[in-house]
Design a binder for this molecule. Structure first.
Ligand SMILES: *[C@@H]1O[C@H](CO)[C@@H](O)[C@H](O)[C@H]1NC(C)=O
Ligand SMILES: *[C@@H]1O[C@H](CO)[C@@H](O)[C@H](O)[C@H]1NC(C)=O
Ligand SMILES: *[C@@H]1O[C@H](CO)[C@@H](O)[C@H](O)[C@H]1NC(C)=O
Ligand SMILES: *[C@@H]1O[C@H](CO)[C@@H](O)[C@H](O)[C@H]1NC(C)=O
Ligand SMILES: *[C@@H]1O[C@H](CO)[C@@H](O)[C@H](O)[C@H]1NC(C)=O
Length: 283
């Protein structure tokens, strides 16, 4: 066996530790199924002047990890938004958002993240990326347990939301969340503050998701309360082990590097917006 084959085998073993889920088993379309195409484990979302589209998981989850590889809209994506998010839905929803804000050809995408607890968001951050997200697939993921929520890009943490309930900051932990993906027109706000509109002569706009991995506590079954009690028990799941209380030591320097080089907006620094800074920003 040549050394390159051995390297390949070792790499594929490392890469295949999490099991990919079968898209059609786990997800269904939430709107405009005619704009969604599933081929193997790839799902392609299309936005044109008639509609965008979206998909959602069939069940909700309470704590765990979820990721997808996504290739964003190529070329002129101004006015379009691709979302990959978790939500409990409803007026008092908890939600974790990745929103990818398109741009005119050659200008960079922005990654907008938000955390909603019990219906209240207003916790936006925006990051630029250290690669062209339209050229290839990259992995975007959520990690969620009782203590912390981590948003990662290619396994590099870009945002951490820590449980500060003891300081009176609400934390999402009482509601299961589904996993969603969508592509839609948001040219009233998305690109350069809404100044650049979607140029429909460049439609259809297309994005592809693939290789979904979900390692989370599922809230399916007849007895949701019992499922919730099971998922809520700490320390029985991998994601709730004491070691998983924040960013792994080996990744702390990467997180700091992203914060210093790629964070372009942080609500916690926006003193013009808040007369009283949100509590989680103070501690
Ligand atoms: C996913 O599961 C469906 C049946 O639920 C099956 O028809 C399809 O071939 C599976 N797809 C892949 C990529 O394995
Ligand atoms: C939408 O796009 C199609 C094809 O590009 C075009 O024929 C049609 O006129 C457009 N409709 C609207 C409402 O702009
Ligand atoms: C969520 O918000 C509602 C008001 O919209 C409030 O009545 C309820 O107590 C809140 N729940 C929690 C867990 O804070
Ligand atoms: C789009 O490109 C402009 C110019 O480079 C930049 O200021 C902006 O942050 C980019 N992203 C969005 C979503 O507007
Ligand atoms: C939209 O794209 C077309 C084709 O590239 C171009 O001719 C036109 O000027 C663009 N419209 C705007 C408003 O930029």
């Amino acid at each position: 066996m040549s050394s390159s084959v051995i390297v390949f085998l070792v790499l594929s073993m490392l890469l295949s530790t999490g099991a990919c889920v079968n898209f059609t088993d786990v997800f269904k379309s939430s709107w405009a199924p005619d704009h969604i195409a599933v081929v193997g484990d790839q799902v392609t979302l299309t936005l044109d002047n008639t509609s965008g589209c979206g998909f959602e998981s069939k069940i909700k989850y309470l704590f765990g990890k979820a990721s997808a590889q996504i290739k964003l809209v190529e070329g002129d994506s101004a006015g379009t938004v691709i979302a990959f998010y978790m939500s409990s839905e409803g007026a008092n929803h908890d939600e974790l958002d990745f929103e990818f804000l398109g741009n005119v050809s050659g200008e960079p995408y922005l990654v907008h993240t938000n955390v909603y607890v019990n219906g209240t968001g207003d916790r936006e951050q925006r990051h630029s990326l250290w690669f062209d997200p339209t050229a290839d697939f990259h992995t975007y993921s959520f990690f969620w347990n009782h203590r912390t929520i981590i948003f990662s890009v290619d396994e590099i943490p870009i945002r951490v939301f820590t449980n500060k309930e003891e300081k009176g900051v609400p934390y999402p932990k009482n509601q299961g969340m589904g996993i969603y993906g969508s592509l839609w027109n948001a040219d009233d706000w998305a690109t350069q503050g809404g100044r650049v509109k979607t140029n429909w002569s460049h439609s259809p706009f297309v994005t592809t998701f693939r290789s979904f991995e979900i390692d989370a506590c599922d809230l399916s079954g007849e007895d949701i309360a019992a499922a919730g009690a099971k998922c809520g028990k700490m320390a029985q799941f991998l994601w709730d082990k004491p070691a998983m209380k924040g960013v792994e030591k080996s990744k702390k320097h990467q997180f700091k590097m992203v914060q210093s080089k790629y964070l372009v907006y942080d609500y916690c620094k926006d003193t013009a917006r808040f007369t009283q800074m949100p509590k989680e920003c103070l501690y």
